[in-house]
Each structure stands twice: as C-alpha cells, then as structure tokens.
Design a protein around this ligand. Structure first.
Ligand SMILES: NC(=O)C1=CN([C@@H]2O[C@H](COP(=O)(O)OP(=O)(O)OC[C@H]3O[C@@H](n4cnc5c(N)ncnc54)[C@H](O)[C@@H]3O)[C@@H](O)[C@H]2O)C=CC1
Ligand SMILES: CC(C)CC(=O)C(=O)O
Ligand SMILES: [Mg+2]
Length: 366
C-alpha cells in the first residue's frame, strides 16, 4: 500500500516521541511491504520561530495533501510570555477545527506488565479497557465570546444539537462494536449545554437497544475512574471534561506518556497524537515515554489505512517490551531505558516477529 503521512513534531518532547513513532511505522512498512512517504511540517512554537506563525498555511497544505497526520505536541514556557500567539488555540485547536476533527478517541487499556507502575492497586487496575470519546471542536475551547480584561474574563460554552448528535453517534457505534456499554458524562445538574447533551443521548438510545446507557455527572465520573475503572466500556463527553478525565485516566496505566489518541471525522482522514503535552521539564533529555506516540501510530494504520494486522503487530511489540520489563523514567519500576533505546526495543520486537512469521511460513510450506 502507498500512503502519504504528514508529520508535525511540534515542540518540547514532541519531536522526540514523533521520531519514535515514525521509526516504528517505517519498520512496520518494511515488514509488511508498504510504501509510506513522510512529509514533515512545522506547528506551534517551532513554526512560530521558523516563519512567525504557529499554524502556517504550508502546514495546512501538507496535511491536506496527506492521508493522515502524526503529531507530537505544541507549546511551552519559551513562548508563553514573548509570543502569546503561540497559544494552543492558534495551532493545535485551529488545526482540529480546520479539518473538522470532531471526535477524539482515547483508549485507556491497562498493560498487565505495568500494574505495579500505576499508583492504583493492581486489583483495581486489572481488566481496565475503555475508550474516552471526547468531543473535540466545540464547547469552551471554541465558543465566543471569549475575552479577558484586567478585571474580568469571559469564556462561553456552546453546543449545538448537530455537534452533540454526531459525537454521541460515534460513541454509540463504538460501544456497539465493543461491550455494549455507554457512559455519558455531563454536568446536567447545572449546565444548560449538559441538559441538552443528556436529552439527546436519551433520544438517540432508542436507536441502540443493544447498548446499555448510563449518565454520570463529571465529578462522580472522576471519582469512579479511580474507584472502579474496569466498570467502563465507552465514555462519551464534551471537550473540556474529556480533556481532564483522560489525563486522569492515563495514570491507571502508569503514566500520561502511555496514552494514544485519534482525532477523526466522517472519512478516513485523521490526526494521531499522544494525549500528553510538550513536557518542557524533560524535553531534550531522552526521558520521554514514546509509547503514547507509537500507539497513536498504530491507531493511524488501523483507522486511516485499515491496516489491522500492522496495527496489532505494533501493539503486540509494545506489550512484549513492557513484559520484558523495559520502561522509561516516568514509569515506576522496570529497567529504565531512554526514549531511543525503548523505541529500538519495540523495533527489535517487530523484526523478531517477522523472523518467527517466516519460520512459521517455511514450516507450513515445507
Ligand atoms: N496536545 C498538546 O500539544 C498539548 C500541549 N500542552 C502544552 O504543553 C505544555 C506543558 O504542559 P503541561 O501542563 O506540563 O502538560 P504535559 O502533558 O506536557 O506534562 C505534564 C507532566 O507529565 C509529564 N509527561 C508528559 N508526557 C510525558 C511523556 N511522554 N513521558 C514522560 N513524561 C511525560 C511531564 O514531564 C510533566 O511532568 C504547555 O505549554 C501546554 O499548553 C498541554 C497539553 C496538550
Ligand atoms: C490545547 C489543549 C486543549 C490540548 C490538550 O490538552 C488536549 O487536547 O488534550
Ligand atoms: Mg489534554
């Protein structure tokens, strides 16, 4: 298969973890005989430093001309004061809006080998396997008016019926393809937007009699995630709640660095990125955990290109590296490797899998 992937490394640890993901995709392409072209473009502070804008037209063009996008992370203190135009809404959020990527899928799967790495007890972590479906182009991060003066500040939270319906539809479909349980998280005891959200979920559930629906207020959901994470299957929620709950949920797996994500729309195009930020505190030190970025690349292959076996091969390789006890500095325990070393282990595993495949093949054919 021939495909074109845009690569937007961004800032901080973005370039480190994105390079890890690209290396793993290249190794996968070699093993499965695909031809992927990688087209790099700048975003965030890196783009601002290069051309004076955090989301240059050229970057949008590179993405538009590609089948999918791999992204690192944007922003950092270097730009916060001197260049407020590098704020995420001018780069990452603008990119999501530009390509109408309204659905952000964030799988949270506990890795058996990392049960001890989580601050939660192993018996709580065990069996955790759910997906947060976060609405990504509406709500507080986008609604107007939004302004700040010396004495007051305004943010606005708007959701239209159409925006809610399409994300809830995505979540119902996903729940149907998984274990048939949907938890809709809102704050319907207070917020008008949440009241509408809840009404729409109630209307739409009649179309999905095979899916069990529960409503949960966001504060209770934050508690339940820690108390009994294995009770969730698919969580659907609005932009801000999904952002916060997914960082919280990442610690079930042991680290913010572990979680991948897919930002998608109705066709096969998508932007794939780890859920973490640019982590300026560890940037450039080889300490970044590349698992979230690597697993995002696996999501890209599966969701945008339909390459299920290839995605599975990456996930299996990651799992085996963890099982062998190799970790990065953010994870409690294990033999700590640098970003590059840990990525090399994943690639070794991918290659060794291909050797055992060919042995198996010659055995069968012989
Ligand atoms: N998607 C994006 O590009 C996002 C960008 N940001 C931006 O990132 C900058 C830093 O934000 P923070 O609040 O510090 O959040 P952050 O997610 O960058 O980091 C939070 C903590 O987690 C650690 N961490 C994050 N990813 C890691 C990884 N892969 N491996 C090991 N440790 C990891 C960091 O070292 C830090 O201690 C800000 O400028 C923020 O606006 C924040 C969140 C998302
Ligand atoms: C700019 C932020 C909304 C990015 C973020 O934290 C996220 O998408 O998870
Ligand atoms: Mg976030």
């Amino acid at each position: 298969m021939k495909k074109r992937i845009a690569v937007l490394p961004g800032d901080g640890i973005g370039p480190e973890v994105t390079q890890a993901a690209v290396d793993v995709v290249k190794a996968t392409a070699k093993r499965f005989h695909h031809e992927f072209e990688f087209h790099y473009a700048a975003i965030g502070g890196a783009a601002y430093d290069a051309v004076g804008e955090p989301l240059p037209d050229q970057t949008i063009e590179v993405c538009a001309a590609s089948d999918a996008v791999l992204l690192g992370s944007v922003g950092g203190p270097k730009w916060d004061q001197v260049a407020p135009e590098v704020r995420p809404e001018k780069s990452l959020l603008a990119l999501r809006k530009q390509f109408n990527l309204y659905a952000n899928l964030r799988p949270v799967k506990a890795h058996e080998a990392l049960q001890e790495a989580s601050p939660l007890k192993p018996e709580i972590v065990e069996g955790t396997d759910f997906v947060i479906v976060r609405e990504l182009t509406g709500g507080l991060y986008f609604s107007e008016p939004r302004k700040k003066t010396e004495d007051s500040a305004v943010d606005t939270l708007v959701y239209t019926r159409k925006e809610i319906e399409r994300i809830v539809e995505t979540a119902f479909q996903l729940a149907r393809s998984r274990n048939g349980k949907l938890t809709s998280v809102d704050k319907a005891n207070v917020l008008a937007s949440s009241k509408l959200w809840r009404e729409i979920v109630e209307e739409m559930r009649t179309g999905y009699p095979d899916v069990t629906v529960e409503h949960m207020l966001v504060d209770a959901a934050a508690m339940q995630l820690i108390k009994e994470p294995s009770s969730f299957d698919v969580i659907v929620t609005e932009n801000l709640f999904g952002d916060i709950l997914s960082d919280e949920a990442s610690m079930i797996t042991g680290s913010l660095g572990m979680l991948p994500s897919a930002s998608v729309r109705d066709d096969s195009f998508g932007v794939y990125e780890p859920i973490h930020g640019s982590a300026p505190d560890i940037a450039g030190q080889g300490k970044a955990n590349p698992a979230g970025a690597i697993l995002s690349a696996a999501m890209l292959l599966k969701q945008s290109f339909g390459l299920t076996a290839e995605a599975q091969a990456i996930e299996d390789a990651v799992e085996r590296v963890l099982k062998d006890g190799y970790t990065t500095a953010d994870l409690k325990g294990g033999r700590v490797l640098s970003t590059e070393q840990w990525t090399a282990k994943v690639i070794e595993e991918l290659d060794s899998e291909s050797v055992s495949d060919s042995i198996c093949f010659s055995y069968i054919s012989g």
